[in-house]
Ligand binder design. Structure first.
Ligand SMILES: [Zn+2]
Length: 228
């Protein structure tokens, strides 16, 4: 491991050289853009995590958008676009539901322990985030499902349903990005999750789509990991 002062010195001399995307692994580096206003740019993965106390204050019931149950919450910043997305889906006779929304740090502790008990540590690490590492703690990530179907992860590929396909086609226009697309496990660090979308706002979502990169790669390239 290179001493930190050397890395910083090199960055000062060669600011144009971007650090390569880190290989997927399991660490507990603090996310660097972790303020509540940084929500479009906070990079979370298997390496970077939020502090235990991160809990946005503008969480509102998902049911304000006519979906989910009363205890599911999402950040207010995402609500207008969520409502617009659902209205357009309904107009296209696509009935979406929300399966899971904001997850507190404490909730993630329980969820991760559940999956470890269910599937073993190795499998749990691929499909479930360790506490603090979940985009759900941001309050801007949602797991969708079909209104008349089971939880999307119980299907072989939710993208094959009309709802999953519609969302994949249209989510970006409303500021939502599929965080863990198919075939990108090596760079997203998680298995394919056609139901998991993160709200980053329409502008960032459009930029991510135009880049052809996954959200993790795009955030990394943008410098959301901080100074190196
Ligand atoms: Zn999710």
């Amino acid at each position: 491991m290179r001493p930190m002062f050397l890395s910083l010195a090199l960055l000062t001399v060669l600011p144009a050289v971007a650090a390569p995307l880190p290989v997927c692994g399991y660490e507990d580096r603090p996310a660097t853009l972790a303020g509540y206003d940084d929500w479009p740019h906070t990079l979370l993965d298997t390496l970077y995590r939020l502090p235990e106390g991160y809990a946005p204050e503008d969480l509102v019931p998902v049911s304000d958008a006519g979906v989910g149950t009363g205890d599911m919450r999402v950040r207010g910043v995402a609500m207008p676009d969520l409502q617009a997305l659902l209205a357009e889906a309904e107009a296209a006779e696509v009935r979406l539901e929300v399966q899971s929304a904001y997850r507190s740090y404490e909730y993630q502790v329980q969820t991760f322990a559940y999956w470890v008990a269910q599937d073993g540590l190795g499998a749990a690490l691929k499909t479930s985030a360790r506490p603090g590492h979940s985009e759900h703690q941001l309050g801007t990530a949602l797991d969708f499902r079909s209104a008349d179907g089971p939880a999307a992860w119980e299907l072989t590929d939710w993208h094959e349903t009309p709802e999953g396909a519609w969302l994949a086609e249209n989510a970006t226009r409303f500021g939502f990005v599929m965080s863990y697309p198919k075939g990108e496990e090596a760079v997203t660090c998680y298995s394919y999750e056609p139901w998991h979308y993160r709200y980053v706002g329409r502008e960032v979502a459009a930029e991510v789509e135009a880049s052809g990169l996954t959200l993790r790669e795009w955030l990394w390239r943008r410098g959301s990991h901080g100074a190196g």
